[in-house]
Design a protein. Sequence first.
Length: 235
Amino acid sequence: MIEITNLHKRFGKVQVLEGISLEIKGGGIFAILGPNGSGKTTLIKSILGMVIPQSGTILIENKPIKDQWEYRNNLNYLPQIAQFPENLTVEELIGMIKNLRGQTANDKELIELFGLAPFMDKKLGNLSGGTKQKVNLVLAFMFNCPLIILDEPTTGLDPVSLINLKGLINKEKEAGKTILITTHIMDFVDTMADEIVFLLEGKIYFKGTVAELKKKSTQNDLEHAIATILTEKNV
Ligand code: ADP
């Protein structure tokens, strides 16, 4: 589904991605992990065409994405920080995105799932962080696309919403979708991810299953496995 070859990205003097090569096969939940500043968002934004790498190629469904924007119609994206227009209501925003996208949407189902009905006529600027994140999730899941990219989807969610989100992601996986996630919640990765890639200092430190990472670090739980890696590497 996604094939990344020798990707380099530098912001000024800061080399963020240093020769990333990665194949993400279609179907399943793929987690991108790494300490703060390791380049997770930069990698995701490169896949979205929002960051232009200095060198390297990205293919989606065997087609290079460079200067090609059509592929974006076939993916859903949840940004890490949703900057909504403050004066629009939730209903207006969802309606606007549906109009722009022009695809059928299952927004009603998602509004119900996340209990957003009482907030539909509220201005986005007046919502709490958690409620904004639920709106963000509705926008990210309402179109039927083969690729779903979620940058820190758990931010600010209460336990019930977290369970709903897990259910939603699993449902999409069962429908054969590819879900790319970055998160700091290790329990989420431990229970959900089919495969993980661990970024460190601009390179891929590890790619494989959660069980394989635990084995590599000789730790039984993921949090300790990652802490061991970071301590050994002095990050
Ligand atoms: P992560 O998502 O793993 O926390 P990021 O990809 O957001 O990491 O950032 C990696 C590094 O790139 C950081 O040092 C960050 O400051 C830098 N960076 C990211 N975006 C920009 C940008 N637009 N301009 C300058 N530096 C940036």
